[in-house]
Structure formats: C-alpha cells, structure tokens
Ligand binder design. Structure first.
Ligand SMILES: Cc1cc2nc3c(=O)[nH]c(=O)nc-3n(C[C@H](O)[C@H](O)[C@H](O)COP(=O)(O)OP(=O)(O)OC[C@H]3O[C@@H](n4cnc5c(N)ncnc54)[C@H](O)[C@@H]3O)c2cc1C
Length: 389
C-alpha cells in the first residue's frame, strides 16, 4: 500500500505535475484501462505512477513537498484522467478530496506522506443505514479511555477500500452537538474489516467496498477539527473539491465519448451508398446535439470555478448545481454515443460501453442528483440546506 519508491515527486509545485500527468496517462493509465475494467482490479500500477509524478501530493503544501494546487488543478487532473480511465480518476478524486481535509486538520506526518506520494487516502462517509445521506452518519464514537476513542460503523461504500493507507471517516459526534465528527483512520487499524467485494456495473477498478468498524480504537487526536464540526468541514472543505472534481470527471468522460463517437462516425462507411456514417444528415444532427451537451457541461464547470475563485454571489448555487448538471449531461452523452455508434458500440473493443457504464456512476454518488436538486431548490427558495433535527 505505502509507496517506498526511491524516485520522489517533483518539489516544483503543481505546474510541474500537469505535463508529467499526460506522460503517465499515455504510458501507464490508458494502456491498462480496459483490463482494469475487464478484471475489476484496482489500478495499482496507475496509482503508483501517478504518485511518482506528484499527482497524489497535488493539493499538499509546497513546504512539505506538495503541489499546493487548488480546484482548477484538481479538476484538470481529474478531467484528463477520466478521459483515459474513469476508475483511476475516481480513486484520485477521492484521495484529493480527503487530502484537502487532512491538509487543513491532519497531523504533519500524514500530510508529509501525502505530499511525497507515499500515502493514498479516501473518504469513508456513506453508511448502510443512512445510505447516500452522508450528512446523517449512524456510526458512533465513544470515549474508551482518557485519550482513546472507540469507533463503530457499517460503511457501505469506500473507494479504494483495502488499498488506501487511511480513511477520512465520519461518525456521530463524541460529546458535542452537531451532526458529525471526522477522524483520520489508518486502514490497518485493528477492528476494521472488509464487509464485501466490489463487482460493479461501472468504475469496476474502484474497490468501492463496504467496510465495518467493530470496536476500532484510535487516539483522541485522530479527530479532524472539532467534535461536532464534521458536517461544516464536509460542506466547506470536501464538497467544493468533490463536487467540482466529480463534474470534471463527468466532463472528461463526455469529451472522451464524443471523440470516440466522431472517430466511429467518420471512419465507418455505408459501402453501398459510398459515404461515411457522418455524412448522414440525421446522424450529423444527433452528433451535434451531443457536442452541445458537452459544451454546456464544460462551460458550466468553467463558470463554477470562476464563481468560486472570485467569490461571486452565486458561487454556492453554482457549486450545488455543477455535479448534477455535468453528471446528467455525461449520462445523456453516453446514451447518445451508444445509440449513434449502433451495434458496434455494444462490442467491448470499441470502449464506448465501458465509458457508458462509468458515466452512470456520478449521478448516484452522494450527493446524488436527486439530493442536489433538493439542495438547489432549498437555497434558491431561501430555505436551509437541511431540516432542523
Ligand atoms: C462507484 C462508487 C464509488 C463510491 N465511493 C464512495 C466513497 O469513496 N466514499 C463514500 O462515502 N461513498 C462512496 N460511494 C457511495 C455514494 O456516495 C452513495 O452513498 C451511494 O451510491 C448511494 O447508494 P444507495 O444505494 O445507498 O442509494 P440510496 O441512498 O438508497 O438512494 C437511492 C436513490 O434514491 C434517491 N434518493 C435518496 N434520498 C432521496 C430523497 N430524500 N429525495 C429524493 N431522492 C432520494 C437517490 O438520489 C438515489 O437515486 C460510492 C458509490 C459508487 C457508485
């Protein structure tokens, strides 16, 4: 799990990371993507190569050796990865979302390990009981000795489960009021157990398995931020990264599907009519519809990043909209690509059906499209994001 490579990532900030990302994508990530999907295996070789290229440390402080990247860099990394291997893109997005929290509230040792590409982390929010309602964890934290805490939970999905070195783990508060407390939990802590396998429809390389915590004991200082402050941290630190990153995931996939569709339509001929599929007017118009959907998704993500960067008045609404807008666009583009490329797209070798399956994940990942529609309606109609308990 922990990287022990002699070769260290660059210390030159995130500007060094992006050019090297393209090399790793071309040399390692893209060539194994189909096999990762076929076998449902974790993309370890890709994650190791990305770690060496500085991608895992992209949001870590420069003084620890990281890239000090923000949302524009995270979204660009995830978009480029999603075009090549969506499973790898989601593993990296979960890592960077959790790393944002650790960078702000974690201890120096774990922050340095992440900065050096020696530590993979992830988010452990969703639970068997509260399902996609991550804001209502049922998992508990109880004082077990003066400086130790006992955690119990049934997490329903954790990307990189059993592969990551640590989890950013949510529970109900220890003693304070509030909905949630966050913890930094080493993945090898006694009492943590895989509670099932992951044989998914899409994102098959994610290792998104259920995990149980049965009497897991951590030191009190594993708490991230204050007791009871977990939901505020999730909303202010995790969600901006995860929502824009998930949008970039959907945009990258949609761009890739559009490119694959164009290649198929221009390179495939109706011999008896002596013309390509792309020369059919109806096909051209349907393809144009897909280009507009992709353009809208790209523009929406770019506008959201601008709104967040300059602190525009509608930044919060844009943020709550962007994952839903892009996830639904990617799903529609994937459906359109499957239709336009016909029976050929049903064959695995075309790669389109893999991207179709992967594209459907974003809308059911929390906050789901349904939850985001409710949040947007609440915020724009002057209501609180959550009902009072
Ligand atoms: C590939 C993948 C990777 C994942 N990785 C992680 C991870 O790393 N960490 C993590 O914490 N979680 C992860 N998840 C879990 C994810 O965030 C969701 O919690 C999970 O997909 C929800 O599935 P469910 O069956 O529990 O959905 P449910 O909560 O049962 O929802 C089913 C449907 O009902 C809708 N719905 C639910 N409540 C309402 C409501 N109040 N109003 C209207 N509609 C509603 C939902 O939108 C959804 O469409 C992952 C999921 C997937 C698919």
């Amino acid at each position: 799990m922990t990287q022990t490579n002699a070769e260290q990532p660059s210390r030159g900030g995130v500007d060094d990371v992006l050019p090297r990302l393209d090399e790793v994508i071309a040399d390692v990530v893209a060539p194994v993507a189909r096999e990762i999907d076929r076998t449902g295996s974790f993309p370890r070789v890709s994650i190791d190569a990305l770690a060496k290229a500085g991608v895992l440390g992209a949001v870590s402080s420069v003084d620890l050796g990281g890239g000090a990247g923000g949302l524009p860099e995270v979204t660009e990394i995830v978009r480029r990865l999603a075009k090549a291997c969506s499973s790898t893109a989601m593993v990296v997005l979960m890592h960077l979302s959790a790393a944002m929290v650790l960078e702000k509230y974690g201890q120096r040792g774990i922050r340095a390990a992440i900065a050096h590409g020696e530590h993979l982390t992830t988010l452990a929010f969703s639970e068997t009981g509260s399902r996609s309602h991550f804001w209502a964890p049922g998992g508990t934290a109880r004082t077990s000795s003066p400086d130790a805490v006992r955690l119990d939970a049934r997490k329903s999905w954790i990307t990189s489960a059993g592969e990551a070195d640590s989890y950013v783990w949510s529970t109900r508060p220890l003693a304070a009021d509030g909905a949630m407390t966050l913890w930094s939990l080493p993945a090898d802590t006694t009492g943590l157990g895989d509670a099932g396998a992951f044989d998914g429809f899409g994102l098959r390389g994610n290792a998104s398995r259920p995990v149980t915590a049965d009497g897991v004991v951590v030191r009190h200082d594993a708490m991230l931020g204050d007791d009871g402050a977990g939901l505020d941290i999730a909303l202010s630190t995790v969600l901006p990264t995860f929502l824009t990153g998930s949008a970039a995931f959907s945009v990258g996939l949609a761009e890739s599907l559009l490119e694959d569709t164009a290649v198929h339509l221009t390179g495939t001929r109706l011999e008896h009519l002596d013309r390509s599929l792309a020369q059919d007017p109806l096909t051209r118009a349907q393809f144009a519809d897909l280009t507009m959907l992709v353009g809208q998704a790209q523009a929406f993500l770019a506008d959201t990043l601008t709104a967040l960067t300059i602190g525009r008045a509608d930044a919060t609404v844009r943020l709550l909209q962007v994952k839903a807008v892009t996830a639904e666009a990617a799903s529609a583009v994937a459906d359109g690509a499957m239709r336009l490329c016909g029976g050929a797209a049903f064959r695995k070798e075309a790669g389109i059906e893999r991207k179709f399956r992967d594209a459907l994940a974003a809308r059911v990942m929390a906050p789901t499209t349904a939850a985001l529609r409710d949040f947007v309606g609440r915020v724009t109609l002057g209501q609180p994001l959550f009902d009072e308990e």
